[in-house]
Each structure stands twice: as structure tokens, then as C-alpha cells.
Design a protein around this ligand. Structure first.
Ligand SMILES: *Cc1c(COP(=O)(O)O)cnc(C)c1O
Length: 371
């Protein structure tokens, strides 16, 4: 081959690292020949989808036909659920898709996109793919510093990503902090608030930004079916915004970006409030279980509003991660998020959390003895 294909990369793409996904269970089984591996690495709901969704997915579905490209039924269900109009909705192949659509609709390589240090990895990917400049604002106590993000606005700013709560840190912004930001941001700068973990959050001062949409035409709120609804494998998410912004996002959307099965499952998941409640309860108990264990081991962690928690190991997380793999436990190293001494643990079932805690105690003891 004479042509160096890597040289063909656009400037924005040349600087990107591919998204690092959690290690698949099957891959680890093949590599280490282990059985009964548990994965607490990608913030999925350990219960999976609820009984109503499982039943709906068994119903006959004509998959020889293209899905409804306008997602009429799912949008109707979402409009009713949120008390908004269907024209305000953009459906996505996961909310990652809508995050990208929001940027592609309004951002060019002349623009700047603002987000926080340690923020969700999809924001730099989306920004780089367009060739726009990423303005990364230093975090405060691992969380978003919204005042500093406001201060980072320039003539070239066009979009801001706010993860609330943020992944991987689990940190969240309060109602008053976020409102102050929205009130300060000029209307030609789009503010995308990513609420992927909305249902898990128990903090009383945590805002539901969908309520503020009538006041802020530049606000886009994204939600997903991948987390509390237990449908990560089906890929379905959405945003709600002013209808004109939704119109722009839908222009750049691939015509059939959400598949038929995903739409059936998603509209059913909205109705299964019992499953959502059970999932949230399980998460609260599991969070307590893990943080109690960290306390008893003398390990610091970042208080999290999500279904995951970052623990500070005071030593390279990558090494502890590797040793945990050998004990059949997959968690997430986050050195790629600029947090080399932390590991992110997804809250699992009680027995999974227990297996992780046991493994961590053994590994940490061992790593310390070797040091
Ligand atoms: C998991 C996650 C999402 C959801 O991604 P999907 O594409 O909907 O699966 C979005 N934002 C953040 C911050 C997340 O952690």
C-alpha cells in the first residue's frame, strides 16, 4: 500500500482516541478461561428490562418492514409521559446519537464546544468529529464548575454539554446552579443537558430540566433507555427541546436510526413504573453496600447520584483493574478520563457487589504487600 490512510484524517479526527467500552464478559471468558464473571463496568441496570418489556418483546413484529422513521408511537408515549409535544422530540440510536445530532445540527469547525474536565467521553468525540474546538473547563472537586464554564464562553462558542449527573464522576449540579447558567448563556449558544441517569437521582435539589424548556429555547435535554430502563443493547434514547431545534436535529438524523424492537420496548418501559422503582431501590441499597465497604477499607470515593461510584485507590487503578479481572470481576479504569487512581464501579446485584468487595479486599492487600 502506497497511501498512508491515516494521513487522510481530518484535523479533528486525527486527535481523537476511539471510545473505550467496558470489556465484554465473553472476551474475558475466552482470555482467562474463567466462568461466572461479573461485569460492573458500563452502568447498565443489573435487573435488565422489566416484565412488561420482556412480554412486549415476545409479541410478533414485522421486521421485514422498515421501522416507522418518525417514531410516531414512541414519540406519542414520550410526549404524554413528559407533558410536552411530539414535535419537541428527537429520537436516537441511544442518546449518544442525539448528542451527536445536537452538535451536527449547529456546530461547524469554526465553533467552540464547551464541556468539563472528566466529563462523558462522547462530548470530545462529537466535537472532534466535526472539527470544532473543544474548550475543556477544569473540574471543581471532580464535578462541573458551571461558573467557570459560563466564563469560558467566547464569540466562537456554539454549544455546551452539561452531564447531570456526570459519568464517570457521579457528580451533579443543583437546581440553582444550573438555572443561573441557563439564565447567563446567550440564546445562540445551545446548552445540552445530558440526563442519562435522571431516574436514579435522589437529591432534593436536583433539577428536572424538561420543566425549564418553555423558558429556554436554547436548551436540549437528553434521556436514555440504556440505564434505569435496562435496554442498553437495543440502543434507544431521545432529546426534548424547542421544536425548531428538534426540526434541525431531525434533518441530520439518519431516517431509520431507531429500530422497530427498540421502539416497542421503549414505549412499554415508560409504563413499567414498578420496575423503575425496584431498580432505583436496588441501586440505593447497592450504593450503600459499596460505600460502606469503601469506608471500612479506608478508601475515599466521590459521592455519586448515579448507578455507579468512583473509588480512589491511591495507586494506579489500571493495575487493580487487571488483578480484579483475574478474579472474574470487570470494572472500569478511568485513566482515559484523567483519573488514573480511580476505578468506576457500576452498582450491581447484592451478590455481585459482594463478590467485587471480596475481590477488591484481596487485590488491594496483595498490591500493597508487593509494593
Ligand atoms: C450511559 C450514558 C449515556 C447513554 O448513552 P446511550 O447512547 O443512550 O446508551 C449518555 N450520557 C451519559 C453521561 C452516559 O453515561
Amino acid at each position: 500500500m502506497t497511501c498512508d490512510l491515516l494521513q487522510l484524517a481530518t484535523p479533528g479526527v486525527a486527535g481523537l482516541q476511539p471510545y473505550q467500552a467496558g470489556k465484554p464478559i465473553e472476551e474475558l471468558e475466552r482470555e482467562l478461561g474463567l466462568k461466572n464473571i461479573i461485569k460492573l463496568a458500563s452502568n447498565e441496570n443489573p435487573l435488565g428490562p422489566g416484565p412488561m418489556v420482556r412480554a412486549a418483546m415476545k409479541q410478533p413484529l414485522d421486521i421485514s418492514r422498515y421501522p416507522d422513521g418518525n417514531g410516531y408511537e414512541l414519540k406519542s408515549a414520550l410526549a404524554e409521559y413528559h407533558g410536552i409535544r411530539p414535535e419537541q422530540i428527537t429520537l436516537g440510536n441511544g442518546s449518544n446519537d442525539v448528542l451527536e445530532l445536537s452538535a451536527r445540527a449547529v456546530v461547524t469547525s469554526e465553533h467552540e464546544v464547551i464541556f468539563s474536565e472528566h466529563a462523558f467521553a462522547v462530548y470530545p468525540l462529537v466535537t472532534g468529529a466535526i472539527g470544532a474546538k473543544a474548550v475543556i473547563v477544569p473540574a471543581r472537586n471532580f464535578g462541573h464548575d458551571l461558573k467557570a464554564m459560563q466564563g469560558a464562553i467566547s464569540k466562537r462558542s456554539r454549544l455546551m454539554f452539561v452531564a447531570n449527573p456526570n459519568n464517570p464522576t457521579g457528580t451533579w449540579s443543583t437546581r440553582s446552579e444550573l438555572r443561573s447558567l441557563l439564565e447567563a448563556v446567550p440564546e445562540h449558544i445551545i446548552v445540552v443537558v445530558d440526563e442519562a441517569y435522571f431516574d436514579y437521582v435522589q437529591e432534593p435539589d436536583y433539577p428536572d430540566c424538561i420543566e425549564w424548556l418553555p423558558e429556554f429555547p436554547n436548551l436540549v435535554v437528553t434521556r436514555t433507555f440504556s440505564k434505569v430502563h435496562g435496554l442498553a443493547g437495543l440502543r434507544v434514547g431521545y432529546s426534548i427541546s424547542h421544536k425548531d431545534l428538534a426540526d434541525l436535529m431531525n434533518r441530520v438524523r439518519q431516517p431509520f436510526n431507531v429500530n422497530s424492537m427498540a421502539m416497542v420496548a421503549a414505549k412499554t418501559a415508560l409504563k413499567d413504573t414498578t420496575h423503575i422503582e425496584q431498580s432505583v431501590k436496588l441501586n440505593q441499597n447497592g450504593m450503600q453496600q459499596l460505600t460502606d465497604a469503601f469506608d471500612s477499607m479506608g478508601l475515599n470515593y466521590i459521592p455519586s447520584a448515579g448507578n455507579f461510584v468512583c473509588v480512589d485507590l491511591q495507586q494506579p487503578g489500571k493495575e487493580v483493574f487487571q488483578q480484579l479481572l483475574h478474579k472474574g470481576v470487570i470494572v472500569r479504569p478511568i485513566d482515559n478520563y484523567g483519573m488514573p487512581n480511580h476505578l468506576r464501579i457500576t452498582i450491581g446485584l447484592e451478590e455481585e457487589n459482594e463478590k467485587f468487595i471480596k475481590a477488591l479486599k484481596k487485590v488491594i492487600g496483595k498490591v500493597k504487600r508487593e509494593a
